[in-house]
Ligand binder design. Structure first.
Ligand code: MN
Length: 193
């Protein structure tokens, strides 16, 4: 069961920058909805596994991404805000910002402009890309895109047509069942560890 994080500050403590009413609605209604719905979706997925009835799987996986990513991003958002007393990036983080963005002003400008340019509903994120050992700024439209933010892929199957069409044509099921014969679990184990 996913649990709501406790806010580490009172509802009115971000004022005047973020009003009590706004935070109350955002935390107690919207964020709570994401957490509750993630739990309900995980319950339904368990039921599907237990009964073998996966007729709703597409909808359930979408809901897992939508509500789960909503819960994760709101948790990060609420925790990366705090009462308005000045704090600053650590020496290490600042060095990385300077390395990857030029200086703090340039980072702040890119983050501001990227946030303004988010299409419709979405997020702006400063992220660490482990594969590149680099900071980047990303826009995220809506927030799910069928993933969970921060998850680590362990086992992946390419469902683009280029990966199977030459051999299996439209027969995706045969391609998928063949895949189970050629999984290298040693590599998956390594990623999991
Ligand atoms: Mn929100």
């Amino acid at each position: 069961m996913l649990k709501m994080i406790d806010l580490p500050y009172p509802l009115n403590s971000l004022e005047p920058y973020y009003s009590k009413e706004t935070l109350d609605l955002h935390y107690n209604i919207l964020y709570k909805g994401y957490v509750d719905n993630t739990n309900q979706t995980q319950e339904k997925l368990k039921k599907a596994r237990d009964t073998g009835d996966f007729s709703n799987i597409k909808c359930l996986e979408k809901n897992l991404s939508f509500f789960g990513s909503g819960a994760i991003l709101h948790e990060l958002f609420f925790l990366n805000m705090g009462i308005p007393i000045p704090t600053e990036p650590s020496i290490k983080l600042m060095q990385q910002i300077v390395k990857d963005f030029g200086n703090y002003e340039k980072f702040k400008n890119q983050f501001t402009e990227a946030s303004k340019a988010v299409e419709a509903s979405g997020w702006c994120l400063l992220v660490w890309v482990p594969k590149w050992s680099k900071l980047e700024i990303l826009q995220c439209e809506k927030h799910q895109n069928l993933t969970l933010w921060g998850c680590k892929p362990l086992l992946v199957l390419d469902m683009w047509e280029h990966s199977y069409y030459l051999q299996y044509h439209t027969n995706r099921a045969d391609y998928i069942s063949a895949f189970w014969n050629i999984i290298n679990w040693n590599e998956v184990n390594k990623r999991f560890t």
